[in-house]
Design a protein around this ligand. Structure first.
Ligand code: GLU
Length: 428
């Protein structure tokens, strides 16, 4: 996982990107870098180093980095060690790239396009810049389209072309990108915690679509070049929750927020003393018609699932399994149209959970997601979604996201027991 940011507009890009990278640092923090494109010439200058964003800030401090369009990246290495050269952005001829994800066939691409001795890093990401450059004549869309068709793996790519100053392009597969118009221009990022500081409206870049950010426009195209109308969403959390709010650490602040966010998560979903998911659009038939429940999740969310299992088994008296999402499809897990698969993920972007969800759907299971980030991939892929109201969770150790997941599982168990008439909630 890593954090990416792209900006173009009226303001100097350097400061905006350094601030954004600090917010995104929880996603990856072994190296950081920015690329800024000079307004008139398009000349792209890159500053990057192994270390934290504060090290990058020091590196940039005494430099005059002028330009109102740029890309930024905070890395968590997958391919190539932690070094200055392997930090992003990567530039190959006219093309500058930042990448979140893994290009599985990067060795094949090095061979196919004879990139031996031409690369400066050991990363899979620089190969993408080289392949883009290979296909780039003067049409950026064609180059992106052709490159994407060659890539196997996961990617969220921010791209600049040196001869198209002031424009940022992006494309993704699995790894997240959200985007917004801001007062001063347009922005993309890995998650909404950054965008929320600049705009209330945003959209999730759909997979296999090309995004173009210009000073006055955010444009979306499908891979064949047809314009597509984005599905705009509203930031659903209090912006103050994206900052430390006077606490020394995000984690401490997030612990202290728990009573409030658990209250918000529960209150809206209790009607006449009974858990109620009407507002979420979750029908009782989903909970009543299943013979079996299977929770898929990773890490902390899986532990929430284990609590859900203990609850549902004893209160609803039904069979429930909790599966580690990364093992789910490889274990040929048996699910069918009588199975309710519940996918739990704070970010809604946990790749193994997303893949497990897709597997469940292919096998006719009904799917319900418990997710914190509105419009995230898992939320969109699932038949139904219940959002926790935790607000942004920045600390790596989960606190309020976990406890709001538990709150939803308690409510679900209550509703399921009520729908299946296992016990009478009115008597509780
Ligand atoms: N695979 C890329 C690298 O190792 C990106 C890693 C990331 O998503 O942080 O540089």
């Amino acid at each position: 996982m890593c954090g990416i940011i792209g900006y173009t507009g009226k303001n100097e890009a350097k400061g905006i990107m350094l601030d954004a990278l600090e917010t995104l640092e929880y996603r990856g923090y072994d190296s950081a870098g920015i690329a800024v494109c000079a307004n008139k010439t398009g000349e792209t200058r890159i500053y990057k180093c192994a270390g934290r964003v504060k090290d990058l800030r020091n590196l940039c401090e005494n430099e005059t980095i002028e330009g109102t369009c740029g890309l930024g990246h905070t890395r968590w290495a997958t391919h190539g060690g932690v070094s200055d050269e392997n930090a992003h952005p990567h530039k190959y001829e006219k093309v500058t790239v930042i990448h979140n994800g893994i290009i599985e066939n990067y060795r094949d691409l090095i061979k196919k396009y004879d990139l031996y001795d031409k690369l400066h890093s050991q990363t899979d990401s620089e190969v993408v810049a080289a392949v883009l450059s290979h296909f780039y004549g003067s049409d950026p869309y064609l180059a992106i389209q052709k490159t994407v068709l060659k890539l196997k793996g996961t990617f969220a790519l921010g791209i600049m072309f040196e001869d198209i100053p002031g424009t940022v392009f992006a494309v993704r597969n699995v790894s997240p990108i959200v985007t917004a118009r801001t007062e001063s221009g347009a922005m993309l990022a890995s998650d909404v915690t950054v965008l929320g500081q600049y705009s209330k409206e945003y959209f999730v870049l759909p997979e296999g679509h090309i995004l173009t950010l210009k000073e006055n426009a955010v444009e979306l195209y499908d891979l064949s070049g047809e314009p597509v109308e984005p599905e705009w969403l509203t930031v659903n959390w209090d912006l103050n929750r994206s900052s430390k709010g006077g606490y020394p650490f995000y984690m401490e602040k997030e612990i202290m927020e728990q009573p409030e966010v658990i209250g918000e998560t529960i209150e809206a979903r209790i009607k006449d003393g009974i858990p109620d998911f009407t507002e979420d659009g979750v029908p009782d038939s989903l909970l009543g018609d299943c013979d079996r429940v299977c929770v898929v999740a990773c890490g902390t969310a899986m532990h929430a699932g284990l609590v859900g299992k203990a609850l549902m088994q004893s209160l609803v008296r039904m069979h429930i399994d909790v599966e580690l999402a990364s093992e789910f499809m490889y274990a040929d897990t048996v699910v069918d149209d009588k199975t309710l698969v519940i996918a739990i993920s704070q970010s809604g972007e946990t790749i193994d959970t997303l893949e497990a969800l897709k597997y469940a759907k292919r096998n006719s299971a009904k799917t319900l997601a418990i997710v914190n980030v509105r419009g995230a991939s898992i939320a969109r892929e699932s038949d139904y979604v219940i959002y926790t109201n935790a607000g942004p969770e920045i600390a790596v150790a989960s606190t309020k996201a976990y406890t709001t997941q538990l709150a939803i599982l308690y409510l679900l168990t209550g509703r399921m027991a009520y729908v299946k008439r296992v016990f009478d909630m009115q008597k509780m």
